[in-house]
Ligand binder design. Sequence first.
Ligand SMILES: [Zn+2]
Length: 411
Amino acid sequence: MTEINGARLLEDLRAFSQIGGRADGGLDRLAWTEADLEGRRWLADRMQACGLDARTDPALNVFGHLAASTGPWLLLGSHTDSVPRGGRLDGAYGTIAALEVLRTLVEAHDPLAEHVEIVGWADEEGVRFENGLIGSRAVAGELNPDDLEEQIDWQGEPAAVVLARAGVDLERINEAHEHLDFLKGYLELHIEQGPRMEADGFDLAVVTGIVGVHREKVRIEGVQNHAGTTPFRMRKDAGRAAARAVAGLRELVQAVDQEAVANVGAIHFDPGGINVVPGRAEFDLEVRHGSDEVVRGIVHTFHDRLHQICAEEGCRADADFRSYEPAVAMDAGVMAALERACQSLSPRVTQLASGAGHDASVMSRHLPTGMLFVPSIGGISHAPEENTSDEHLVLGARALLQGARAVSGAL
Ligand SMILES: [Zn+2]
């Protein structure tokens, strides 16, 4: 059986984590920065060093395949950008593991090598601009360059300027889409980024789907007033109404579905004085679940409750819809093939829905797609402490190789 070189995989992961690496063990390799570009050059060099043709497309995705092969390929990979003060494995692991798998196949003169291509996607995280998944959406033909062009990053720089400096011409970015015709499937290996596998003692997980994500901004209008002279019973306190809505969110969500989650990550009271009853409150709400219907049901129930609270508090509420990323299901045939591959390597294999978005969400709308997870130590991700045991990192890459063989045979 052709087997990956575990020591080389771990060494490449270590080397790659130095690019944009932080003293605390974390990573700052934000999309379109110098560190991101250096990471892409490093990846292309590694591809060439093992005899692959490396190509950077108009969206800055880095692809590699054997020069003599013409596709269609089963694509393996993940993203190479990070969040600010992120971890060394999110995205990087799936990218380097894909490199190790194809490198192993090439060295072994395995016929499967001709049917596999690998990729390091551009700007998955979406930290810089409003939406991520830019590289995969460009290949999928889902990216509207006009939408992107209007966005500015946190330093006030327009996307067109930031991307141009990185070598991307927004006018040409959709030429990346031409490559979709040369692909027959997509597999992504990733760290779980949550605590469930570790808690239940699983080594590998076959991902069943990726949750739908609803985002909205809630605005509550009350009456701004003096906090010393206005009795409680006479206040129209937008802050109190917001606090009641947020405090009851968990019970409300769990009453609809135990697996669903929601979050209010930012809240703002206006005008924001210690002696002023807030006249206005705003907060961002996010709801996630594997079924679009459940997400809609939670949002509907929440709006009912919000209006009830506001009526009691003498306030008014509006919810501004921001975005909805639909739930996606992984391909049933690909999942079955991945399950067989995983079972051949470990008895502790499970199935999980992913609570985080991935490039696989995008590709699943166009190609038979599957994902594999390995456990995250302590369930920590998007932080310097993000980690996975060496044993699980190597096992995941072995599963990716066996999975690629099983899936390629089934497509
Ligand atoms: Zn990721």
